[in-house]
Structure formats: structure tokens, C-alpha cells
Design a protein around this ligand. Structure first.
Ligand SMILES: [Fe+2]
Length: 219
């Protein structure tokens, strides 16, 4: 039974935590219910490292990129948590394994330099997206960021930034976090968005996780 079928069977929900680790050759569990009910995806800050105009690609990291391989996939859904949204624009950006972005100039959103570990893609006819990358590294909040001064020095948990938009829905900007990260609890953004924390499943090549994104209808 796929996710849409599950939703149709009355298990309407926003996204799933893939808690099934492969042990002894068998997948122990399928999707685990993350929370009851259908909730639209909560937005989060854009952050200082967003840059407009990333290239269209879904493989953010090439084979030479240091770090553990990570695949994140899911479906962009309308507010009923079951209607897929095709051709939604999904922007993703992240730090490298060492916690560095391709620009270390916060707030330079229109920097047109070389893009690295950033991309844009459209969801397919079933509303699905898939990105291939590496695990992002943690990094401290830089000092003297306007509005964020009091958070300077806080270690951000590993995360990937998303910005998702489609013409009939309200865009959402969020950060995706990973269960078990000890820095989530003290991070003001991660701790406030438990629905945007997913568990990862390990396989021989790296880690994988599923994350569905539910947009608010604009009309
Ligand atoms: Fe970030």
C-alpha cells in the first residue's frame, strides 16, 4: 500500500517517519505514524544563507562530495493531505559535511556565484520529489546577524532548507531535521517544528528518509 492509498484508507496525515531500520536483513517497519490528523507543513525562517537562482537539479552532491550519502524523497500534497501537487517548485539548500555553505556571506540572497549543494526541481505528475545529497554538517549561528544576535554561537542541528511553491497554494519555507540529533532540543527553530524532524533509515550506501510537504490552499 503506498502513501496515497494509506491516506485514502483513512490514515490521513501529514508525513511519515521512516523508522524502519534494516536489521538482520529484514525491514522491521514501514512508515510510522508521525502524528494524528492532517496538518499543513509549518513554515520556518528562510535563514541567512538562501540564494536565489540555484540550478535545476536533484543531485545536490556529486560522487566526490565528502560526507555520508543521503536521499530524501516525498510528496508535495494539498491541504487535504492526500491530493498530490504536480509541478510544485522545490528549492533546497544546505551546508556541506563540514557545516559550510557555498557562501559564508550571510544575507547575500542574490549572490550569483557558483552554486554548490543547492538546487531546484519540480515535483512529478504524482507530486513526488527526490534529492540525492550528503548529510549536512552542523554549524554555529554567526555573530551579528540582524535579528538573530541573541542566538549567536548556538550550534544548529543538521538540516536541509526547503522552499516550496505552487500557483494555487501558499509557499512554505522550512528546515528539515533528523531525529536523534542532540542539538535539536536547544535549537529555537528545530525544537519548535517537531513535524519537520524525520528519522532516517540506513542502508549499505547511506541514509534515506521520507518527508511529505503539505501546502495550504491559497484559493
Ligand atoms: Fe542553514
Amino acid at each position: 500500500m503506498n502513501k496515497q492509498q494509506q491516506a485514502g484508507a483513512g490514515l490521513s496525515r501529514r508525513h511519515f517517519l521512516y523508522g524502519g531500520f534494516i536489521l538482520g536483513g529484514g525491514l522491521l517497519a514501514g512508515p510510522v505514524l508521525a502524528g494524528q490528523g492532517c496538518r499543513t507543513t509549518a513554515g520556518d525562517i528562510l535563514g541567512p544563507y538562501y540564494r536565489f537562482g540555484a540550478p535545476f537539479l536533484s543531485k545536490l552532491a556529486g560522487p566526490d562530495e565528502p560526507g555520508e550519502r543521503l536521499v530524501v524523497s516525498g510528496t508535495v500534497l494539498s491541504a487535504d493531505c492526500r491530493t498530490p501537487i504536480p509541478n510544485a517548485l522545490v528549492e533546497v539548500w544546505q551546508a556541506n559535511g563540514a557545516g559550510l555553505y557555498d557562501t559564508q556571506t550571510p544575507g547575500n540572497f542574490t549572490d550569483k556565484g557558483n552554486f554548490h549543494l543547492r538546487g531546484m526541481l519540480y515535483t512529478d505528475a504524482q507530486g513526488r520529489y527526490r534529492i540525492e545529497t550528503v548529510m549536512p554538517g552542523r554549524y554555529p549561528v554567526p555573530p551579528n546577524l540582524p535579528g538573530l544576535e541573541k542566538y549567536a554561537g548556538i550550534t544548529r542541528p543538521a538540516h536541509i532548507h526547503f522552499r516550496v511553491m505552487e500557483s494555487l497554494h501558499v509557499p512554505v519555507t522550512l528546515q528539515l531535521y533528523f531525529a536523534g540529533d542532540p542539538y535539536i532540543a536547544k535549537d529555537p527553530w528545530a525544537s519548535a517544528h517537531p513535524d519537520n524532524v524525520i528519522a532516517l533509515e540506513a542502508d549499505g550506501e547511506g541514509r534515506r528518509g521520507g518527508f511529505d510537504i503539505v501546502l495550504v490552499r491559497g484559493v
